[in-house]
Design a protein around this ligand. Structure first.
Ligand code: SF4
Ligand code: SF4
Length: 354
């Protein structure tokens, strides 16, 4: 291990969702239906602790996160604490809260895997295509930093060129990634993964080369785990618990009770996450959310792909911004995101500072 320090948190604010995507298990799991949404006071306490722990990046997710009516308040508070905030949503509710959250989100992501309304309905289980397009327009008018998330399966790989064209015309970024393995679900054909890779240099496209390499290498190896669950990437449940070891394979929910900071520094935490990435079910897991959000987190075989992908992210963000204050704001946000991982390099280069 070179350097592992908390840098990002995937925060589930609700398990409820108004979509029924073919590749998702959330809506298929009845045990999640009765779990209450995250409460502002709990999230507030946890965000303060996340900040103290050095976390820079918080991804508010779900379910459809905007179904949690307290989310605008939560986002505002998180923004005040200076986090880089990602909100990924399906566009069904966004128009109702767009104005309210416009200054609170660093990156606003919309899921969109096709430009055909009928196919959209087949993939996502709801008739929501027009809402997403409307949401993208509203977000663009509000000058939000928009990213379209295009999840590629064997069935929609042919849609990628038109989605890339659509985003290029609208001058918004599309993040193309393969559907990840949900244990029982089919993964993307490796030839198609290689096709995605070819989009890396396209303008307005983001492709994470390290995720693709991880995918092509067969995912996590339990003898030499790449998974960072509980080490640098945390996952918090709507009912104020930690998912252990991760959301996608929950062995236990550990109550936080306002003690996230103390819990992280306890022996219990080490025990809880000691085997993350080493369980039998972790073999071949290719969930990118636990791979890395910080390129220098760990010097491993994904290092150069991570660095290159981060520079491309930076280039795409810069392409969208004019040379205005927002450019500096964006760069500052990226500096904040990268900062914890830059520290060890500075220590290496200048041992007197250590
Ligand atoms: S919108 Fe997200 S959480 Fe809801 S069903 Fe689709 S993938 Fe799952
Ligand atoms: S490798 Fe294991 S612990 Fe890590 S994300 Fe995958 S299933 Fe979860």
């Amino acid at each position: 291990m070179f350097y592992e320090k908390p840098h990002s948190c995937n925060y589930w604010v609700t398990h409820r969702c108004d979509s029924k995507c073919v590749y998702c298990n959330v809506w298929r799991n009845p045990s999640l239906y009765d779990i209450p949404d995250a409460k502002f006071e709990d999230v507030k306490t946890n965000l303060i602790d996340l900040k103290k722990l050095g976390i820079k990046f918080v991804d508010f997710t779900g379910g459809e996160p905007l179904l949690n009516r307290e989310l605008p308040k939560i986002l505002k508070f998180a923004r005040e604490l200076g986090f880089f905030i990602q909100l990924t949503n399906n566009g069904s509710i966004y128009p109702q809260v767009a104005e309210e959250i416009k200054n609170s989100v660093s990156q606003l992501s919309f899921s969109l895997d096709t430009l055909d309304p009928d196919e959209y309905k087949k993939i996502r289980g709801i008739d929501n295509f027009e809402n997403v397009i409307k949401s993208i327009k509203i977000a663009k008018d509000l000058k939000q930093n928009i990213v379209i998330i295009c999840t590629v399966t064997d069935n929609n790989i042919n849609n990628v060129p038109e989605i890339v064209e659509f985003c290029k015309n609208k001058k918004i970024t599309v993040f193309i990634h393969p559907v990840f393995k949900y244990f029982d679900k089919k993964t993307l054909n490796k030839e198609y993964v290689k096709q995605i890779k070819k989009y890396f240099w396209h303008p307005f496209v983001r492709v994470d080369l390290s995720d693709l390499k991880y995918y092509l290498d067969g995912g996590n190896n339990i003898k030499k785990p790449s998974c960072k669950a509980g080490k640098s990437v945390f996952a918090i449940t709507p009912d104020n618990c930690l998912f252990v070891p991760c959301f996608h394979k929950v062995l236990q929910n550990v109550e936080i009770n306002g003690n996230l900071y103390a819990l992280y520094h306890s022996e219990k935490w080490k025990q809880l996450y000691a085997d993350a990435g080493k369980y039998d079910f972790c073999q071949g897991c290719n969930l990118p959310c636990y791979l890395g959000a910080s390129p220098l987190d760990k010097i491993d075989r994904y290092f150069f792909q991570e660095i290159l992908s981060y520079f491309k992210v930076l280039a795409e963000r810069h392409r969208k911004s004019k040379i205005t204050l927002s450019t500096f704001y964006t760069l500052q946000q990226f500096y904040q995101l990268l900062h914890p991982s830059l520290t060890p390099l500075s220590v290496l280069l200048n041992p007197l500072k250590a």
